[in-house]
Write a protein that binds this ligand. Structure first.
Ligand SMILES: C[S@@+](CC[C@H](N)C(=O)[O-])C[C@H]1O[C@@H](n2cnc3c(N)ncnc32)[C@H](O)[C@@H]1O
Length: 299
């Protein structure tokens, strides 16, 4: 999908803004930075529909087990266990305070049976290999925090080993020349404005800095609620590293355009070529192949 500078409301907001699942829990105005973040950029139901589509396409049934890497508030893992009674989830993050927030604010909304099927783990995503799962999701570009080939390959090698045979690693990506510009984009929401600010881009290292701010419509807000120091990886670089890590197929899904609005239509299709555009969002789906002697559907 092409996102024009004029039409987009911030790359991160654009990723998932169609179905902000946090909306129903936000209330009149939350001033909690995690809730405002969830509302602004996350849409677990949209993600889960995509997982079901790509996993069913490969294996004829939806996956049951999910690992949410870089889980933050574990909103996706929480919605995953709520979606189907057989679903299980592991959610991994290094930040103890964020995981405590996840427990107190998201896991608390689950029934005891649902809660028994989700596990939060405080660890580096490169360290956790068990239990093996059918899908690993790493969303909102968090792996861009790995700035060298060695670091990113280390993550992909560990992710591959953490998947069951036939399992999928699903990543999102953004790019385009506007992702290399120091710009600020704003999205107006009920009660607050989400502000995505790109603070720097270095053409030599492809290092880029970003801030998220929340401006409250009644006055005040939260400046630098979240900060990111990332490397802007390109699709060919990431696909090559996934191949080096042993993934057997690495597909790119590109978002279609709604002809009426000129914005993304929320439908990601597998492509091998795409239109060059100022800003884009894509999903990468990498498969851990089955051993040759076991070329049958995984159980
Ligand atoms: C951009 S937030 C992503 C939150 C959520 N996944 C989403 O889709 O919005 C990045 C999260 O990754 C965590 N993180 C960063 N490096 C990590 C690592 N090496 N291992 C595990 N978690 C990490 C941070 O603590 C933070 O909560």
């Amino acid at each position: 999908m092409c996102i024009s500078r004029e039409s987009r409301n911030g790359v991160k907001a654009e990723t998932n803004k169609r179905k902000p699942a946090g909306k129903r829990r936000l209330g009149p105005l939350s001033t909690d930075r995690h809730r405002l973040y969830e509302y602004s950029v996350q849409s677990p139901s949209f993600n889960i529909e995509f997982f079901d589509r790509v996993y069913k396409r490969a294996w004829g049934r939806p996956a049951r087990s999910l690992k949410e890497d870089f889980c933050g508030t574990a909103l996706l893992a929480t919605e995953w266990v709520r979606t189907r009674p057989g679903n299980v989830a592991v959610a991994v993050d290094t930040d103890a305070k964020t995981l405590a927030w996840a427990r107190a604010n998201n896991l608390v909304s689950l029934s005891p049976a649902e809660r028994s099927r989700i596990k939060l783990v405080r660890a580096d995503v490169r360290e956790i290999r068990a239990p093996k799962v059918e899908i690993i999701a790493a969303f909102n570009f968090s792996y861009f925090g790995f700035k060298t080939r060695r670091e990113l390959l280390g993550y992909f090698l560990n992710a591959r080993r953490s998947l069951k045979p036939g399992g999928l690693l699903i990543l999102d990506m953004f790019g385009g020349w506007e992702a290399q510009m120091e710009v600020t984009d704003k999205t107006r929401n009920p009660g607050f404005t989400y502000v995505w600010e790109q603070t720097k881009f270095d053409p030599i290292s492809h290092s880029a800095g970003f801030h998220i701010h929340f401006d409250f419509h009644g006055g005040g807000g939260i400046r630098k609620a979240f900060r990111y120091d990332w490397r802007m990886w390109t699709i060919p670089e990431v696909r090559e590293l996934l191949a080096d890590a042993g993934f057997s197929s690495i597909d790119v899904y590109w978002e279609g355009i709604d002809p009426e609005t000129g914005e993304g239509n929320g439908v990601f299709k597998r492509v091998t070529k795409a239109e060059n555009c100022p800003g884009w969002i894509a999903m990468l789906v990498a498969t851990r192949g089955l051993p040759a002697r076991r070329l049958r559907r995984p159980r």
